[in-house]
Design a protein around this ligand. Sequence first.
Ligand code: ADP
Ligand code: GLC
Length: 480
Amino acid sequence: MNVLFVTSECYPLVKTGGLADVTGALPLALAALAVDARVLLPAYPGVREQLASSKNGATIADLFGGEATLVDGTTATGLKVTLIDAPHLYDRTGGGIYAGPNGHDWPDNHLRFAALSWVAAEIAGGRLGKWRPDVVHVHDWHAALTAAYIQFDTHKKRLRATRAATLLTIHNLAFQGLFPESTLAELRLPDEALEQGGIAYWGKLSFLKAGVRWCDAVSTVSPTYAREIVTPEHGMGFDSALKDRAEPIVGIANGIDLAVWNPATDSNIVATYSKPTSAAKAPNKVALQAELGLEPDANAPLFCVVSRLTEQKGLDLLLAALPHLLARGAQLAVLGTGDRKLEKGFRRAAKKHPGRVAAVIDYNEAMSHRMQAGADAIIVPSRFEPCGLTQLYGLRYGTLPVVAKVGGLADTVDDGLTGFQFEPVDQDQLTAAIDTACDAFATPVVWQRMMRAAMKQDVGWGSAAREYRALYERLLQARR
Ligand code: ADP
Ligand code: GLC
């Protein structure tokens, strides 16, 4: 079975968050189940250079205002990729993959990601020659317009009737790909696309809605989030559209790449370990404290955060709970970037409590491993969390997760057994959970027992990959 992953990011080539981790690891796990998966993504600057091998393939004369070349390649880890080399859309200096140096989204993002979907539809129609997808698996809003191009047969290939099944995975409903309705023609979609039940969304159009409306199935990245997003409280305006679908939204919790996140072999950390004990982790804690200018205090529970600093992640609650955390003799290390206000808040806290709080306002992949290896616990106080991966890395590294009981955090952490959960998501409950964690840390038999349970969890992709394969098979059956 051939599956085309369509995504805006993919580890290790380009990453801003968990989406990349998933699209970089799941195809490899599927390959082990005899699924031939290929990842389609834009050739942002520096991406092609990271491939172990690559060659130019088909060209598209006019991909939304310029020529594009499809580049087929393989990463060092064996991931098969097709890059869209379209300099007019993706070759930008400064800024990141979604926003320019001023922090504002690139003004042509609707075209940049329509192009991704457009090429996905081309590939569904046979653009890669012999390799043709049985399933087109689109991820988040950046890729969701694929379903509209297939629905309206913009490539004149009767794709809907004759070709691949389509699956949308929603990694985060907060990102909906909203643009003015007036962009419809530029997107090469007919007016019908906006009519009743189409991609119209409160006076705008939404890329994500195309996937929700016209993909054969919709999934999300944990069972709890699948239940949450069909409620008005968590549906972010999409609950009705999601509920209107004939089949319920499928929830499959993410796994992690056990080769990339393995404390026994991790080359980013000072001392590798496999024993589930604080003693085994100790050299990493010493090193992390030294690196971050924290007091070399083995008895202080060291909490860490590795996160985008946004409203979603609830880190304002942690800032509010900080005095209590410090009063318990604990330390805090934060690695993250995002909202200026939160960045400032953590910087200020570090300044105010030297040796007890450290804030690294940066995106640093290697340091994220050192945080996981060196800290005793990781705090994830999200207001909502489709799945969350850092708590899974925490489990694997014996770094007990302190998490809000929402979405995938509720599904992957066992309160009192592998970590600590709290609800509702507010400052008081977070403070109480930090308290419980400090108590447990002060009782080594309890802590070691929890570390053992955490590190024993099966957090790999195996079972989720089997669920995805079964879902693909169901979709193909339904097509026949
Ligand atoms: P989200 O995708 O919502 O940001 P996840 O927990 O699913 O949340 O995934 C976040 C990913 O990004 C993890 O791999 C995490 O380690 C990584 N990450 C987040 N912030 C940073 C940072 N500042 N430096 C390095 N890695 C980070
Ligand atoms: C999103 C979500 C996160 C999830 C990740 C990968 O960015 O915010 O919860 O783990 O996607 O699915």
